[in-house]
Design a protein around this ligand. Structure first.
Ligand code: PMP
Length: 357
């Protein structure tokens, strides 16, 4: 026990928390730092919130979140007992760690990936190992063929932005019949095929997605998992042992409206992908290089520029991007796709910045 520490202090669960990207109050800041979507959610969301009957707030919301679960099931052509909904995919991931990673063997996830994963491992005391991405920041799939307590892959990966195709993901699942394999697909709608396609073949596969990126609803906090009825039942049993009422009424109703509007969803994704293409061209013209992106952000670097210094200069000029002070990626910036106008302001700044050096 540390000197001068009270006995009760010694019994506090201590964790080094995850640090989310900054949410500045100043609305004029060009915010390209947390991979939000710059466009509004589907119009039905505004309608349902503007017309909400506040009298309904007297009651608890539906703990099964039935209308939202059914609509998601319908969208993905799965049964409702294959869908679990939570307060953002962070909540779904946290519940999944608690539910599925209970082995003495280490769970496996890459050394460079979503930095929340090791925090949950520490919180729940789950042992873990981090196979290194290769020199091109690609996952080495053979590293996941050994004995383990679970496997977790973000696809596309963050912050690298790289998408691996379904054959690659299926190889990892095939080699892990004794573990739950979780694929975190926060950015999948900007990439390609989802591993949801593989669920009929693999009872131990859980796919997690979010409303925060492609559905422009980070502020509503909605995420979901799709998997076999067995996995979803296990998740629900843990959820009902923790907090029965996770989503509030406004989230349930607005989430439902978002999923219903397929056309708006598809158009929104096309817009972000078009901006990404344009941004790739301009970054190339300016001498930046970047990894091939299947996300709503680009992970960029420039031979002649110090990324940390550029990050700070951008910040002073009210343009926020994300910088990770971590080995191997400390000369990269992760830049979220904003509107085309926002990207133009970024590029004007970068042109002037490069002219000066
Ligand atoms: N997974 C990955 C890979 C992410 O980048 C994020 C966003 N920070 C999340 C999950 C969590 O997103 P949310 O909780 O908003 O659904």
């Amino acid at each position: 026990m540390v000197m001068n520490m009270k006995v009760w202090e010694n019994n506090i669960r201590r964790v080094k928390p995850y640090v989310p990207g900054e949410q500045p109050k100043d609305q004029s800041i060009i915010k390209l730092n947390t991979n939000e979507n710059p466009y509004p959610p589907a119009p039905g969301v505004a309608k349902v919130l503007n017309n909400m009957d506040v009298d309904k707030l007297k009651l608890y919301p539906d703990p099964t979140m039935g209308i939202l679960v059914d609509e998601i099931a319908d969208f993905y052509n799965v049964d409702s007992n294959q869908v679990f909904v939570g307060v953002g995919s962070d909540d779904v991931l946290a519940m999944s760690f608690l539910t599925f990673f209970n082995s003495d063997k280490p769970i496996l996830f890459p050394d460079i990936t979503y930095s929340f994963y090791p925090v949950w491992c520490d919180l729940y005391r789950i042992p873990y190992e981090n196979p290194a991405l290769d020199n091109n920041f690609r996952i080495v799939k053979e590293d996941y063929y050994k004995d383990n307590g679970g496997v977790l892959i973000a696809n596309p990966n963050a912050p690298t932005s790289i998408y691996e195709d379904l054959d690659f993901i299926e190889d990892i699942i095939k080699h892990n019949p004794d573990s739950v394999v979780i694929i975190d697909e926060a950015y999948i709608d900007f990439a390609g095929d989802s591993a949801i396609k593989l669920i009929p073949k693999y009872e131990n596969l859980l796919v997690i997605q979010t409303f925060s990126k492609s559905r422009s609803m980070a502020g509503m906090r909605i995420g979901y998992a799709i998997g076999s009825p067995k996995l979803i039942k296990a998740l629900n049993d843990v959820k009902y042992s923790f907090n029965s009422y996770t989503l509030n009424l406004a989230s349930i109703l607005s989430g439902y409206e978002s999923v219903k509007d397929k056309d708006y969803f598809e158009r929104g994704i096309k817009k972000i992908i078009a901006t990404r293409k344009r941004a790739e061209e301009t970054f190339t013209e300016l001498g930046f290089s970047f990894l091939e992106s299947g996300t709503n952000f680009l992970f960029v670097t420039h031979e002649d520029l110090n990324a940390k210094k550029l990050y700070e200069e951008l910040r002073e000029n009210n343009i926020y991007v994300r910088y990770f002070d971590m080995p191997r990626i400390d000369n990269y910036l992760r830049i979220t796709m904003g509107t085309d106008d926002e990207m133009d302001i970024l590029f004007d700044f970068l042109k002037r910045y490069l002219d000066k050096i």
